[in-house]
Design a protein around this ligand. Sequence first.
Ligand code: SF4
Ligand code: SF4
Length: 358
Amino acid sequence: MLYRTFGKTGKDISLISFGGMRFPNHQDLDGSAELLLHAHSQGINYFDTAPVYCADRSEDIFGHALSQLPRESFYLSSKSGRAKGSDFRKSLERSLERLKTDRIDFFYVWHLMNPADWESRKQEGAIEAALKAKEEGLIGHLCCSSHMEGEGLAKVLKENLFEGVLLGYNALNFPYRRAAVEQAGRQGIGVVTMNPLGGGLIPQNPERFSFLKTDESDSVVSAALRFNLSHPDITTALVGFATLDEVDQAVAALDNFTPENQDYLQLVTPNIEKEFDQLCTGCGYCLPCPVDIPIPKFMDVYNQVILTHGEPDAAMNRFRMHWGLTADQAKACTLCGACEERCTQHLPIIERLKALAS
Ligand code: SF4
Ligand code: SF4
């Protein structure tokens, strides 16, 4: 495993890090812990969780697994939820308890949605509470996570409050996020990328993304990870592992990793299509829907419309069998708009549901 220094913190972090949002059976503490312990044995030393992941079980799993290891052998990362002021403090204390530790090495002010959201988070006292916790040693380094477009997030970083940033970055969306990565690089802020495989879209559509490969024998997963980590300002790529095999494959993909040069970026950039940032990544942040529409499933159907340049009704026919989705489910939308406000990709969900229902 190779390691990069996280911004100015002096901490060396594995190129691949562990995202704790995809445990297949989160009720199984021992089975889930095995995944973390295996990743650690393969050299992964950065473990990222959050209070809400896996029906609120992820932090418990992390605490169960990581308390079995020497504390100095890994770095722990968690997030604030959307708590404010004194609630922020309560949320942090609960995380510490569940993680069975007295400090969280990298603590993220979670999910800044847009510049207005950032302003209100500051006014609500979240940053003040976080800085106080840092002074007390409960937090090692204060960071933020965001799905904002690059320019907006770059402005947040320029305020110099954060030592690290967590953002979605992959071959589908990098033109829209790159400004923030480069700004972080200029300031010496560590960059953790989530969704390096586009929420599974890249491995599920290997033909469409074969342009990432420099060698025919290469796998598209390996090419996508190398694409991500070839950016010199990116510290580590966070992968949400669900099986021991996935850990091994990701670790093997970076065996003897050397970053691609700038010519490679010039080569792949024309293949990044304008619509790629319009794809749903399956993150689930749009839920819950008050009328229980399984929005990520419908948006995944729409991804196929984009990726195949096909017709919505043809895609719906294919997925009707697969997931039992019906046009009537999509028609139940009350147009409340809650999902669009929360969507990390800023997708026109209502319009797409209409297209799929027609
Ligand atoms: S706009 Fe429609 S799909 Fe979105 S949350 Fe409201 S009812 Fe659900
Ligand atoms: S619609 Fe948006 S928020 Fe919902 S799963 Fe897709 S990308 Fe995530």
